[in-house]
Design a protein around this ligand. Structure first.
Ligand code: ADP
Length: 312
């Protein structure tokens, strides 16, 4: 549905998008995650035909974004970061206006408006002017306009930015629902957003894609090694002699000794199931175990490792 190859775009000397390649398929909710300034908006503006690129290719729904922009626009709904809403218009009036902008045949307009009102939960505010609405409802109106022509692809730029926590949850749920039928590509600089909503994550940093995978894949890629904390009653010398003899242990650090109880941080080869193996070593040696804990690597570690820590 979206195919991007070696896309590059600079503003003067700033390379905003640097040789970006990825694709996206129907039925995916793809999270475009990166710190501010990473190049998310620039990429989305190229895909939605608002910006040209310096190099590379991009097709959306099979159409070239540089050569076939009319067809591309028909196939996408776009919600820019600050949605261009007309605050003095009523909700229905605005959606009706958007049906005209999108050239929806007259006899289908009412039905399309009804559908997006239902999808976006706008029933309570249809009598109101957009200017009277909370930011959360305005964002829903923005989503409704992006869906008005029933496009197969939705591109949403920071759709939850500036919303309060309950509004954020509502918009995330909406995105998930919409994602059951359409390809949704949405950007965010907030990690929990993608882990809560996406089937796949692209992490972008300094214009480059630095990771691409499901939340689970990214977490397991980051693991590299298993890290286990172990505390046992035993003599330091014997315990360390055993640790040195274990093939799956790549490194150990003595954390401390207290009243005959010794603590270690153990780095072990990925996939060795080190916690269980260490448990057996403890039992075989007749030591008593006071703590055995495996450190988990989560998505946050992945994100922080791959992007500029101070910006994330
Ligand atoms: P993001 O959406 O991830 O925050 P952007 O695509 O907006 O990132 O920006 C990527 C880089 O390009 C940043 O360094 C930003 O300062 C720069 N940039 C974006 N738009 C412009 C512009 N119109 N003129 C000059 N530099 C820009």
């Amino acid at each position: 549905m979206i195919e991007v190859k070696e896309l590059t775009k600079s503003y003067g000397t700033t390379v905003a998008v640097d040789n970006v390649t990825f694709d996206a398929h129907a039925g995916e909710v793809l999270g475009f995650l990166g710190p501010n300034g990473a190049g998310k908006t620039t990429t989305m503006r190229i895909l939605t035909c608002y910006l040209s690129a310096d190099a590379g290719t991009a097709t959306v729904a099979g159409y070239d974004v540089f050569e076939e922009s009319v067809e591309v626009r028909k196939n996408i709904g776009y919600l820019p970061e600050s949605a261009p809403l007309y605050t003095d218009m009523g909700v229905i009036e605005y959606l009706n206006f958007m049906t005209q902008v999108r050239n929806i045949p007259k006899n289908q307009r009412k039905e399309r408006i009804r559908t997006v009102i239902d999808t976006c939960g706008l029933d309570d505010v249809i009598q109101k002017d957009i200017g009277e609405l909370s930011k959360g409802y305005r964002q829903r109106v923005g989503l409704a306009q992006s869906l008005i022509h029933d496009p197969p692809i939705l591109i949403l730029d920071e759709p939850t930015s500036g919303l309060d926590p309950s509004q954020i949850i509502e918009i995330r749920n909406l995105i998930k629902n919409i994602g059951q039928e359409k390809l949704v590509l949405f950007s965010t600089h907030i990690l929990p957003e993608v882990s809560a909503t996406c089937s796949r994550i692209l992490i972008i940093n300094n214009g480059k894609i630095v990771a691409n995978g499901t939340p689970e894949e990214l977490s397991s890629q980051a693991k590299g090694e298993e890290i286990v904390h172990i505390t046992i009653r035993g003599t330091q010398e014997t315990v360390e002699a055993q640790l040195n003899a274990l093939e799956f242990v790549s490194q150990w650090n003595h954390i401390g000794t207290d009243n005959g109880i010794v603590s270690y941080q153990i780095n072990a080869v990925q996939g060795s199931e080190a916690a269980e193996a260490l448990f057996h070593v403890v039992v075989e040696n007749g030591w008593s175990l006071t703590e055995l804990r495996q450190e988990s690597v989560d998505l946050e570690d992945v994100f922080l490792n791959l992007t500029d820590k101070e910006q994330a």
